[in-house]
Design a protein around this ligand. Structure first.
Ligand code: NAD
Length: 345
């Protein structure tokens, strides 16, 4: 018999072309008078500087030092910047790396976050944080890190390179696929995941063909939001594996994309309902094959060896995953992980 618990945390979402211009108004709604803007260096920093300008007197400064997987020293530097500037709020502008840094600062200070996402990571819609220390990445959940407001402006994504667009799109698709069999799924997460996948499948190829296609960009950004909201389900093999690989320094979105067809093939053997849903969304009767086909048409790395994975670490990863006793939709042994990683390598 159907049985579930579904909790909907409060979050304001503003979605429009040019919406970044409303940042000061949105900061005012949260009574922020000293917002620290967080971004990645380079082009992220340039966008961050623009947001500082738009915030005007409500800006406390720009800290453009976010790095993927939030290494501990980066988290500490971000916390120090928030304290030194006496920030009363955080504005994360960029992909999951900028948002991830804001989340760690918020976890320790309680400062409210406004997220202005420019990739499809979906992190802005989750209360999941992560920080990496040496070769291990630790993740957790805390309502304090859920951004209070998200400002989606498709114009900010027009310059996202095809490879980064595809990798973060596949990362979002991985959230959806895993949610079809994960513990904690509800009628709402199932419906949103199907809708997010449908929008990605229909629009990601158009984004790759023409990064300035505003309509396709907007559709993918909506899909990214929906995919992020689905992450209320428990993490399974897909996400746990991506986190262990991330701890080893591999790029997050690309790792997700590469392992997705392999994890899907492994899990669908024990998840007939998920298989039917995926077949409906992707078309055909071989969802894992359809995902492989999508990947092959996209300009991103297709094998773990292509993103610098050291095959000598297979036993380490297999041990880490086995220790997590994954049971849904099926048990995962170290031997299963070794086989999967060898195939993905
Ligand atoms: P990212 O934030 O590292 O961005 C990738 C690259 O693209 C960076 O160099 C960035 O500067 C650049 N970039 C971003 N937006 C751009 C734009 N519009 N135009 C041009 N360049 C742009 O990558 P990501 O995939 O968005 O995020 C990965 C991180 O997010 C990982 O640390 C991952 O663990 C985390 N993540 C967290 C969650 C969560 O729920 N907590 C979910 C997904 C991902």
């Amino acid at each position: 018999m159907i049985s579930f618990t579904h909790e909907v945390p409060s979050q304001r979402v503003v979605f429009a072309l040019g919406a970044v211009a409303r940042i000061s108004e949105e900061a005012e709604r949260l009574s922020l008078s000293r917002a620290l803007v967080l971004a990645t260096p380079g082009s992220g920093g340039r966008l961050g500087a623009r947001v500082v300008e738009l915030l005007g007197t409500r800006a406390a400064g720009l800290h453009a030092q976010a790095v993927i997987h939030v290494p501990k020293p980066i988290a500490e530097a971000g916390l120090a910047a928030a304290r030194e500037t006496k920030a009363d709020g955080l504005v994360a502008v960029g992909g999951g790396s900028a948002i991830g840094l804001a989340k760690i600062i918020a976890r320790d200070t309680g400062l409210p976050i406004i997220a202005v996402p420019t990739t499809y990571s979906g992190s802005e819609a989750t209360m999941i944080f992560g920080v990496s220390d040496g070769s291990r990445k630790v993740t957790g959940r805390d309502i304090k890190v859920l951004p209070r407001t998200i400002i989606y402006d498709p114009d900010l994504t027009l310059g996202l390179p095809p490879a980064v667009s595809v990798a973060s799109g596949m990362n979002a698709i991985a959230h959806c696929v895993e949610s079809f069999w994960a513990d904690g799924r509800t009628p709402v997460t199932l419906a949103l995941a199907s809708e997010a996948m449908r929008r990605f499948v229909n629009n990601l190829p158009a984004v790759v063909a023409d990064g300035t296609d505003r309509n396709a960009r907007a559709e993918c950004l909506v899909a990214a939001w929906l995919a992020g909201t689905v992450l209320t389900v428990s993490n399974g093999l897909q996400h746990k594996l991506a986190h262990v690989l991330g701890g080893l320094g591999l790029p997050h979105a690309e790792s997700h994309a590469i392992i997705l067809p392999h994890v899907t093939r492994f899990n669908l053997a024990a998840a007939p309902e998920a298989e039917a849903r995926l077949a409906e969304t992707l078309g055909g009767d071989d969802p894992a094959g359809a995902i492989t086909g999508m990947l092959e048409r996209f300009p991103i790395p297709h094998r773990l060896r292509d993103i610098g994975f050291d095959a000598g670490k297979i036993d380490f990863v297999a041990g880490e995953i086995e220790a997590q006793s994954i049971k849904a939709p099926r048990r995962v042994s170290a031997a299963d992980v070794r086989q999967l990683l060898n195939a993905a390598y």
